[in-house]
Design a binder for this molecule. Structure first.
Ligand code: 5GP
Length: 138
């Protein structure tokens, strides 16, 4: 799979009809509400419904074909890079960061049930605000 083409030329929201839509796909499709802060053809970002830090956003590829970051890195590294880029831009947004230093954030990809992954549609947690060394929140 070509890295540069795959995230931009394919309609990423089209999934096999047999696959149950994930909770995040349902947010993409506006079937359930979320506070969306950024959206492109391929990526969406919104506030986590149960924040574990003063700033806690989720950056999610619209496709749900990758369950975790390992699959995403192998299947579409350009899309992974886009997620990191979106995370960085959100962390540079004063309206989202409030009183907290811009451009400083924690990026977490839970990978596997044993470490707390509950939604098997790859997503990045973007967290900031009073996080200290050793405080691996969530
Ligand atoms: P995981 O534990 O899989 O790494 O992260 C899943 C995250 O999705 C959790 O932090 C959880 O709070 C968040 N989440 C689950 N359901 C919803 C929802 O319906 N809306 C939003 N905005 N976040 C959700």
């Amino acid at each position: 799979m070509s890295t540069s083409e795959s995230s931009s030329s394919e309609p990423s929201t089209v999934e096999p009809s047999t696959v149950e839509p994930s909770i995040f796909t349902r947010i993409v499709n506006r079937e359930i509400p979320a506070t969306i802060v950024h959206e492109t053809d391929t990526v969406i970002a919104f506030h986590d419904i149960a924040p574990k830090a003063p700033v806690h956003l989720l950056v999610v590829p619209k496709t749900q074909r990758y369950a975790n970051v390992v699959e995403l890195a192998a299947g579409d590294p350009a899309l992974l890079a886009e997620i990191v880029d979106v995370a960085s831009k959100l962390a540079d947004d004063g309206a989202l960061m409030g009183e907290y230093p811009r451009d400083q954030f924690r990026l977490i990809f839970n990978t596997g049930q044993a470490v707390g992954q509950t939604v098997f549609h790859v997503h990045a947690h973007v967290m900031a605000g009073n996080l200290t060394e050793g405080s691996f929140a969530h």
